[in-house]
Design a protein around this ligand. Structure first.
Ligand SMILES: C[S@@+](CC[C@H](N)C(=O)[O-])C[C@H]1O[C@@H](n2cnc3c(N)ncnc32)[C@H](O)[C@@H]1O
Ligand code: SF4
Length: 371
């Protein structure tokens, strides 16, 4: 274990479990700059963000996430009593915040399907150390809820939208959900000040790659940042094939040829999107190259499934059961000890070691672990 060290301002920082040879990593400097207590893993990555899945259910059946053949009428979702209660989630969030987590993201499944989500947001917003509470949603119910979410303390929202063309989008969400209603949700979020709204477009070759320029053009004009995401091999049911991935570099070339782009510096260490600005002043875009340019080296995220399993990688094969601790009467100190032990022994870097073999490994589904 690395000994404690004083930073410039004299505050103690604790870097737990860092091999001495990595002591000069950028993360150590980052932790020092922030003057924070940082629990870091075996690759010196601090714990900064907790993604919380509040449900494994969804009203869409996006083929890349919850294909209908698998998640059909017979699929058994989590029974209600297996979901963490809001009180349990808030307790876990508080203990994570004490270990350096600054940002929470609510996700799923479709988080807006969880009843009274605003009440959870209100509880989380009061947590010491949490500076940012974001939500990732398919936008179906956003127009009617944006105001209440903002009022409860939500700071930002990311909305998924894969095309502006109803036929393409309806086929991708596989329930024929219309584009217009998602756009209304995006407008409502911007209107109440959940800014900047990020719009996530998963690009699949031969499915919606012909829609990229229309999406870029539409969102250039609006207070939204389009983020183009490479189709990933999450879970085991989406029949991922490498040739369906459109590399971020190719997406960049396509947009740059129409509206020249220039790169922007990362706004914080560990940012997943490479950001670009339109040279003509038409806003910015993000490219998320999770397959062709993995960012495991800067991944500071832990993920909590709706039934209380803690995962330290999106591509994990199993999680650590926090619900058993929460419901078994464990004290805060005992849970904290467990959280630290899990994070300090973390060595995951699936995307950097992805091979033809490892893509077939059993992995938990994105709708379960939280995207
Ligand atoms: C799992 S969803 C959960 C939140 C919400 N239902 C939504 O769609 O925004 C979170 C994000 O993961 C993305 N996603 C799901 N499966 C993916 C895949 N195979 N590759 C890349 N992104 C994926 C979705 O597009 C969405 O932006
Ligand atoms: S990506 Fe989101 S909206 Fe689509 S099926 Fe998965 S959880 Fe539902």
């Amino acid at each position: 274990m690395q000994p404690s060290k004083s930073d410039k301002s004299g505050d103690r920082i604790r870097l737990v479990g860092v091999p001495r040879e990595r002591a000069d990593s950028h993360w150590r400097r980052y932790a020092e700059d922030l003057g924070v207590i940082a629990t870091v893993d075996t690759l010196a990555r601090p714990l900064r963000e907790l993604r919380i899945s509040v449900t494994d259910r969804c009203n869409f059946r996006c083929s890349y996430c919850m294909p209908k053949e698998i998640f059909g009428g017979d699929f058994v979702f989590m029974p209600r009593d297996e979901l963490l209660t809001f009180e349990e989630i808030a307790r876990v969030a508080r203990l994570f915040a004490e270990q350096g987590v600054k940002k929470l993201r609510l996700t799923g499944g479709e988080p807006l399907l969880r009843r009274d989500l605003e009440r959870l947001i209100e509880m989380l917003a009061g947590t010491d150390g949490i500076a940012d509470i974001a939500l990732t949603t398919n936008g179906a119910a956003l127009a009617g809820k944006a105001q209440a979410l903002k009022h409860a303390g939500l700071t930002r929202v990311s909305v998924s939208l894969d095309a502006l063309d109803d036929e393409v989008f309806g086929a991708m969400n596989d329930v024929g959900f219309p584009v217009r209603r998602v756009l209304e949700g995006i407008d409502a979020a911007a209107h109440v000040g959940l800014l900047p709204v990020k719009v996530n477009m998963v690009v699949k070759r031969g499915v919606n790659d012909h829609c990229i320029l229309a999406m870029a053009e539409y969102f250039r004009e609006r207070p939204a940042i389009l983020r183009l995401i490479e189709f990933m091999d999450v879970g085991t049911t989406n029949r991922w094939k490498p040739d369906e991935v459109v590399p971020a570099a190719e997406i960049h070339r396509m947009i740059d040829a129409r509206w020249p782009l220039e790169p922007l510096a990362a706004s914080h260490p560990g940012e997943v999107a490479s950001r670009y600005r339109y040279r003509d002043g038409g806003g910015q875009i993000g490219l998320i190259a999770s397959v062709t340019k993995p960012f495991c080296g800067s991944c500071t995220r832990a993920r909590l499934s709706a039934d209380g399993k803690l995962h330290t990688c999106l591509f994990a094969t199993s999680g650590h059961d926090l619900r058993a601790l929460l419901r078994g009467g464990a004290s805060d100190q005992e849970i904290t000890r467990q959280l630290r032990s899990i994070w300090t022994s973390r060595a995951d870097r699936y995307s950097e070691t992805r091979t033809a073999l490892s893509t077939d490994q059993p992995k938990v589904e994105m709708s379960y672990i939280g995207g």
